[in-house]
Ligand binder design. Structure first.
Ligand code: HEC
Length: 343
């Protein structure tokens, strides 16, 4: 358990609040890269942005460091206790401690992401059902995947442990905190992995700056500065490896089978599968006759098809097709589905 323990005032003694034109006192977590960090080296994006803001306002900065493992408590002990003027990195949610706080505009997108080797093809979270997927105990992704069902999750204590397992090849992908994944990929893995944000309820949020009620004037000035600093903020996010780009959906809506997709699927089939399953899937050998999938598996035929193709049945002589991308497997299914025997 992290208890607030560190209180360091940097700079030359007491500095008056920014509204008096003297300095801007900022609260931050001393050990929370890529967001903030006390001491030498990288300072984290919140500190970088705060420094840009202060420079625009023409004021000096002073930091009050406080562990933020318990966000609301940290805010009570720092911002609301008048130990600082602004707290960077509060959820941009009008209901967040709204009796005491006012917020600026959001300045940074943060959320949960999937990190995986670049060679792994997926266009939705559901595409990873056949894979070993690392999650953190009691995290939003763990709860979400458990409620959706059908995933092969492996649970870890921390994001870092999940990332280590990924690099060691013990899991195929990890569904973890995006900024941590991005920063780790950027600083320790040479950007070798792909980090994709995942869209969905509770998975993405935006960070804003919080101030005490009554500091509307300072809030408006910080707001103006944040608006003007968009390019700097974007560059800082890139520098720390924050995942960017459109968030991926949880499920892919399977495109409706049309003549072209079926024809494309048939051609893929005759290229990759026909030497074992016969041209156009017309195998006389029942265990290999893919026209009987619906008869055999009913409602889960598509699921069996997908799982068998992506994982194979190595002990039975059915190879694993991990090199076929999601679209190709989908088209193969559309073709196979179109030749099912009715009964
Ligand atoms: C080297 C031979 C071989 C190739 C190539 C091959 N398969 Fe198979 N496949 C098999 C065998 C053998 C089985 C039966 C496994 C068993 O008995 O459980 C099988 C089973 C399957 C099943 C499950 C059938 C069932 O009724 O449970 C599906 C689906 C399938 N293959 C799809 C494909 C697709 C799609 C391709 C091409 C991308 C493909 N296979 C390529 C050998 C192959």
């Amino acid at each position: 358990m992290l208890v607030p323990i560190v209180l360091i005032a940097l700079g030359a003694g007491a500095v008056e609040a920014a509204s008096d034109g003297a300095g801007l006192r900022l609260c931050g977590d001393p050990d929370n890269l890529p967001f903030s960090h006390a001491g030498d080296g990288e300072r984290g994006i919140y500190v970088d942005v705060a420094e840009h803001v202060a420079a625009r306002l023409g004021v000096r900065t002073e930091y009050v460091w406080w562990h933020t493992a318990y966000g609301k408590r940290a805010i009570r002990n720092t911002l609301l206790a008048d130990r600082c003027d602004a707290f960077f990195g509060v959820p941009h949610d009008p209901d967040f401690m709204s009796r005491d706080l006012i917020l600026t505009r959001p300045f940074l997108d943060v959320g949960w992401a999937i990190i995986a080797p670049r060679a792994l093809e997926f266009s939705s979270v559901d595409d990873l059902k056949a894979r070993r997927l690392a999650v953190v105990f009691r995290s939003t992704p763990q709860l979400l995947l458990a409620s959706r069902g059908g995933f092969r999750t492996v649970t870890f204590r921390t994001d870092e442990a999940a990332l280590e397992a990924l690099v060691a090849g013990e899991v195929d992908a990890a569904f973890v905190w995006g900024p941590t994944a991005g920063y780790h990929n950027h600083t320790k893995l040479g950007g070798a992995y792909r980090v994709v944000l995942v869209a969905g309820e509770g998975l993405q949020w935006q960070a804003a700056v919080a101030l005490r009620k009554g500091r509307e004037d300072l809030r408006d000035r910080i707001d103006d500065a944040l608006a003007a600093l968009r390019p700097e903020i974007r560059r800082a996010a890139e520098r720390y490896g924050f995942p960017a780009g459109p968030a991926m959906a949880l499920a892919t809506t399977t495109p409706a089978a049309d003549g072209d997709s079926i024809a494309a699927g048939r051609s893929l089939f005759n290229q990759h599968c026909s030497h074992c399953h016969a041209p156009n899937a017309m195998s006389p050998e029942p265990s290999r006759d893919l026209r009987r999938l619906r008869l055999r598996y009913g409602a889960v035929a598509a699921e069996v098809f997908y799982t068998t193709v992506t994982r194979g049945r190595p002990d039975k002589g059915m190879p694993t097709w991990s090199n076929l991308d999601t679209g190709a497997v989908q088209r193969l299914w559309m073709f196979v589905d179109s030749v099912q025997t009715p009964r």
